[in-house]
Design a protein around this ligand. Sequence first.
Ligand SMILES: C[S@@+](CC[C@H](N)C(=O)[O-])C[C@H]1O[C@@H](n2cnc3c(N)ncnc32)[C@H](O)[C@@H]1O
Length: 259
Amino acid sequence: MIKKIVKKRYHALKKYYELYKLGKKFSNDESFQLTKNLTNIEKTKKPYRFDIINFLSLTINAQNYLEIGVRNPADNFNLINISNKYSVDPGVEFELNPVDFKMTSDDFFSQLSQNSLKIPNDTKFDVIFIDGLHLAQQVEKDIFNSIQYLSEDGFIVLHDCNPPSEHHARETYSFYNSPAGGAWNGTTWKAFVKARMTYNSCCIDSDWGVGIISKSAKPGLNILKNSEENHFYEYSIFNDKRKEFLNLLSFESFTQKNS
Ligand SMILES: C[S@@+](CC[C@H](N)C(=O)[O-])C[C@H]1O[C@@H](n2cnc3c(N)ncnc32)[C@H](O)[C@@H]1O
């Protein structure tokens, strides 16, 4: 009997030790450590997205603001200093979801175009912050729809355009066992880089990459020369040419050009 219990305990301990060794192998891996460092570096960067949005809004005296993807309004929406603010979110991540339009961005733009929302379909927003579903196909649609409702000198701002590693740029948000852990930028960068071939734009190197798009020419913004270099949107090519592909600027150099 005692022999049986000892044998059982021995096997259980052996199993735990094997798991411990496996965990150690992953966390000591060079690329795992590098990715963790990149996450930590990104977290120290300032200013935050709301500081950048507030700066942009001052340059054009913005009156109307739209945020696509809000989660907890305390994190960004409530910190925006623009008088008329509207919010869209289907409530995937934050159960309370205290937004104006509890729906996806696709439904919002479709209903807006049919004039069936509480705001008229000739509304123009001065700043539209796109921070909903971070998959390239969706972000591309959000950019296209936002352009239709953007004032002539307005700005589209996008969060998560500068993923520090391919693990941050994974497609599956819920896979937390990658070296990026819970940090996720998705494939927003692909839609942003594509849009940069059409629109004047740049990306502020802070808070995971804050993309800025304008319909008109503005200081610091440029259009990416349409090259064949990365037509499959491979992360490694993007990584090598990140500065050019994103028109990556520090906030200081952007504000200097715009003051
Ligand atoms: C990253 S959070 C937004 C964070 C917030 N903007 C901030 O700055 O703190 C993404 C939000 O997008 C919402 N979302 C997911 N799919 C969406 C869609 N198709 N349209 C609009 N919002 C969506 C989620 O419910 C979630 O609240």
